[in-house]
Ligand binder design. Structure first.
Ligand code: NAI
Length: 312
């Protein structure tokens, strides 16, 4: 199978590196607009193949979309990341133009691809990508909740003094500092609710830390994070390629679920060969329901900007 990643920056290159090492696909193309960047990163990665013991066929290209032809999955990471103090929503003006352009070019050569959107503000960029492509909604979805959930599990694990792999937890809603919803009531350690081990105050602090998890890293790094974002995107691609039907909270198109119609926002979804194959509706308590409605409202408001700036 063949995967293309657009954007050879921090997230795109990390995603390719993770997929190469795990041999997720036989062929991976990395494309960037910046002359030589994708070629250089791919050459560097190729030179790790005897050290890391993988055989993935890697190709880096500068804007040469013909080389992406016949991709099964395309990950879109092109666009500006935030700098300290910025919100993801601040990026909409620049990134809408980039995402629109990239989607149009990709479709010329890979009309049957599944598109995974990473560029921020991700919920809105996913909405834009689906509208521009006209593809069925299962074939265009966004990565956000998988990352936010990994961060949530990490914070819970640290507080529990446990391995993050023994902790389950999910973040749904919009992929924004104020819109995401860590589902504390459903989080568990070895199957037991975390409220059995951590008090309400600690759990509140963990939820708050999760929500600003990206901003905290942006402050530390001077730009937004890449290891966990790249890994999250890579893991989702793997679930598509291997038709795993694994559930990842992802930015998916709601058609009545969670009280929302015709809206791309984070919810758990079955990810397989046909993309976001099914939205899973989990029972939310009243607080969570109210938070979801508020989050949906915020995402809808950001989406309106697409019209205001003429992107749609
Ligand atoms: P970066 O600046 O390191 O890389 C972006 C790359 O996109 C650059 O190499 C740039 O040359 C390229 N690019 C720009 N316009 C292009 C075009 N028209 N065609 C092809 N390539 C183009 O940024 P980074 O850190 O990799 O982040 C990428 C995007 O992902 C940002 O918008 C960031 O906010 C978002 N992001 C989303 C996350 C999520 O959970 N959904 C998590 C982390 C980042």
């Amino acid at each position: 199978s063949k995967v293309t990643v657009v954007g050879a920056g921090n997230v795109g290159a990390t995603c390719v590196n993770a997929m190469a090492i795990r041999e997720t696909a036989g062929e991976i193309v990395l494309l960037d607009i910046k002359e030589g960047l994708a070629e250089g990163k791919v050459l560097d990665m190729y030179q790790t193949s005897t050290l890391m013991d993988f055989d993935t066929n890697l190709l880096g290209v500068t804007n040469d979309y013909a080389k992406t032809a016949g991709s099964d999955v395309v990950v879109i990471t092109s666009g500006m990341p935030r700098k300290p103090g910025m919100s993801r929503e601040d990026l909409i003006g620049v990134n809408a133009g980039i995402v629109k352009d990239v989607v149009t070019n990709i479709l010329k050569y890979s009309p049957d691809a599944i598109l995974l959107i990473v560029s921020n503000p991700m919920d809105t960029m996913t909405t834009l990508a689906q509208k521009v492509s006209g593809l069925p909604t299962n074939r265009v979805f966004g990565m956000g909740g998988a990352l936010d959930s990994a961060r949530f599990r990490g914070y819970l694990a640290k507080a529990l003094g446990a391995s993050a792999n023994d902790v389950d937890g999910m973040v749904i809603g919009g992929h924004g500092d104020t819109t995401m919803i860590p589902l504390v009531s459903k989080a568990s350690y070895k199957g037991v609710p975390v409220s059995e081990f951590l008090d309400e105050k600690t759990l509140g602090e963990i939820a708050a830390a999760t929500m600003v998890g990206g901003a905290t890293l942006t402050k530390m790094l001077g730009t937004s994070a890449w290891y966990a974002p790249g890994a999250a995107a890579a893991r989702i691609v793997e679930s598509i390629i291997n038709d795993e039907k694994k559930v990842f909270p992802s930015c998916v198109h709601l058609e009545g679920q969670y009280g929302q119609d015709d809206l791309y926002i984070g919810a758990p979804a079955v990810i397989g060969r046909n993309g976001a194959e099914k939205v899973i509706e989990i029972n939310l308590n009243e607080t969570e329901k109210a938070a979801f409605a508020k989050s949906a409202e915020a995402v809808r408001n950001t989406n309106k900007i697409l019209h205001e700036i003429g992107a749609l």
